[in-house]
Design a protein around this ligand. Sequence first.
Ligand code: SF4
Length: 238
Amino acid sequence: MAWEPWTGCYPASDGCKYCYFYGPYSKRYGQNTVVKTDEFYKPVETVYMPNKKITKYKLQSGKTVNTCFATDFFLPEADEWRAEAWSIIKQRPDLTFLFLTKRIDRFTVSLPDDWFSGYDNVRIGCTVENQETADFRLPLYISCPIKHRWIVCSPLLGKINLSPYLHGVENVRVGGESGREARVCDYEWVLDIKQQCANAGISFIFDGTGSHFLKDGIIHNVNPYRQKSFVREMAIDM
Ligand code: SF4
């Protein structure tokens, strides 16, 4: 399930150019003002069950909560709300909160006092799209106290050497860019990252080819419904 305590975003780097949510062909294009949503308290909302005379959380225990997937948890505009968002996360140790960020350089902003080595129920993923963003974000990322780490190379815009940054990472996910003006994703870059993961002994998932996928010397134009099945046929996850 998704939890968007705030909405609105704007580009952090080149990987945002055709953002699914805020890019030039997206429904939320132009929504760059960051605002708190009316689902801010969603994970801790309760419901009274008259039959059993108990109050329980609406959101069932054991769920994974995709947090801020349509914005960025570490946006500066959300600084004033983040402490309360952390306290909501802490109240639900029975849920797993999954984050992705392109702003790991702001990780230490509004960290709770009892964060220490990280909350068990929080998985923070760092997104990088090329070597430049990898070399800027990942040294910071691996220095942050986070219990569960994953790296997402999406949209993959070039060959990336992740090897110096894979220690302590649980998995790496890779995907091409989607959309009419999507930049090409080269299968050789994907295989190269897979090999780096194999060398480091961590799991690797190829999520999608993107719209323009270079393989065997041919650029395949892949419609959105075909991108995942194309990947499944290649069967390179491990
Ligand atoms: S950080 Fe994420 S949500 Fe924000 S513009 Fe970039 S891709 Fe879109």
